[in-house]
Design a protein around this ligand. Structure first.
Ligand SMILES: *Cc1c(COP(=O)(O)O)cnc(C)c1O
Length: 395
């Protein structure tokens, strides 16, 4: 599959192991963006000329692709956002305002990405709700049983952790949330590219993901929200496209999803995202998962043979993410040296400071795998880590 990604034609030596931060783009996505800007470009929803009608059709088709990708029951439940962060902030603001009262509880896991943590901290402060946390066990799983109470109004948790790769038991959490009358918000940023996602089967009330981690463009994401909930939520941005009628004294809003999409949307990125989702479906998520799972377990075995290397978290179900440290060496030094070997991987706090703090570390390295990675990439990484260990430990 590597040949389908032009970046590797331009950087044949590149060992790209940072797909959990952002994934490379297949030719199909690039061609879709180019074709739209070159031949079909126009605005959406506004004008009656053909160019705009054509763009509007393509944009609606992209929304339909996102709907079927998540198995949402209707198009009104699919909002285009700028990405996961944007989607999670939208819910944290609008759903909290609509459903959370002072004294209620918002429950978030302590191993969330900052994007699924800070917005809830802010929302709790604004609404007078109490922010409660689900503890992480040392293996990277969540000690969530019994944590959802009758006071819990919203529970927000990742489908797959960006640090340990843990695949959380979302369907089980969803059933419990429903039983206790809480809304379940799922951060799907890591899962969407790799795991089958059926928002109905998962029992998710909201599900957010980013295009750029699913082989699509930056600046576009999807937020699924259950229709009854979205209909009783207020927009957080006013402007064009989100209105029904504007008067000098008051404005009525459009129905979802447009209510939450003020202004000219990211039209080309939405089409690029649809192309990326099509690409994933054509390759088949199951097949892609077999490939990345095999790479991940091969990498874990090989990495653990390096003396002093520790992989953080050991969950029973793990996506294609491995976070590790090398004893006595700083992650940033290692990552800088790996970069000289054209090996790209993430270092630092991984947007999850509370998680690392719990382990007593401030930074780590993270290797993550996607469709275009090969065993050869793992071999290069391990070889380079052994070299860097030799070099840095003698300085
Ligand atoms: C990347 C990521 C986010 C944020 O996604 P953006 O595209 O940066 O908005 C949120 N949660 C998790 C688990 C992530 O991995």
């Amino acid at each position: 599959m590597r040949e389908e990604f032009p970046i590797f034609q331009h950087h044949p030596q590149l060992v790209y192991l940072d797909s959990a931060a952002t994934a490379q783009k297949p030719e199909r996505v690039l061609a879709t963006l180019d074709r739209f800007y070159r031949f079909d470009y126009g605005t959406v929803h506004r004008a009656i000329y053909r160019q705009s009608q054509r763009a509007t059709e393509l944009y609606s088709a992209a929304r339909e692709k996102a709907r079927s990708f998540l198995n949402a029951s209707s198009l009104e439940e699919i909002l285009f956002t700028r990405g996961t962060t944007d989607g999670l902030n939208l819910i944290a603001q609008s759903a909290t305002a609509a459903f959370v009262r002072p004294g209620d509880e918002i429950l978030v896991s302590e191993m969330e990405h900052h994007s699924n943590f800070v917005p809830w901290q802010m929302a709790a402060e604004r609404s007078g709700a109490k922010l409660c946390t689900i503890p992480m066990r040392t293996d990277g799983t969540l000690d969530w049983e019994g944590k959802i109470t009758s006071k819990t109004k919203i529970i927000a948790v990742a489908h797959m952790s960006n640090v340990t790769g843990t695949i959380h038991p979302i369907a089980q959490i969803g059933r419990e949330a429903k039983r206790m009358g809480a809304f379940l918000v799922v951060d799907g940023a890591q899962a969407a590219a790799h795991l089958p996602v059926d928002v109905q089967a998962l029992g998710a009330d909201f599900y957010a993901f980013s295009g750029h981690k699913c082989y699509g463009p930056t600046g576009i994401g999807v937020l699924f929200g259950r229709k009854e909930l979205l209909s009783s939520m207020s927009p957080i941005q006013g402007g064009g496209d989100m209105i029904h009628e504007v008067h000098l004294c008051h404005t009525t809003y459009a129905e979802p999803p447009l209510r939450f999409e003020a202004g000219t949307p990211a039209i080309a990125p939405a089409l690029g995202l649809a192309a990326a989702l099509e690409w994933i479906e054509e390759k088949s998520k199951d097949r892609l998962l077999v490939h990345t799972e095999a790479l991940t377990s091969f990498a874990a075995d090989e990495l653990l043979r390096i003396p002093g290397l520790k992989i953080w978290g050991n969950p029973p179900k793990r996506g294609p993410i491995l976070t590790f440290t090398l004893e006595g060496l700083h992650s940033l030094d290692i990552a800088s040296w790996l970069d000289t070997q054209e090996i790209a991987l993430r270092s630092g706090h991984l947007c999850a400071q509370p998680t690392l703090r719990k382990w007593g570390i401030t930074s780590a390295l993270r290797a993550s795998f996607a469709a275009y990675n090969r065993e050869e990439d793992v071999v290069q990484l391990v070889k380079a880590l052994r070299q860097v260990q030799g070099i840095l430990s003698h300085l």
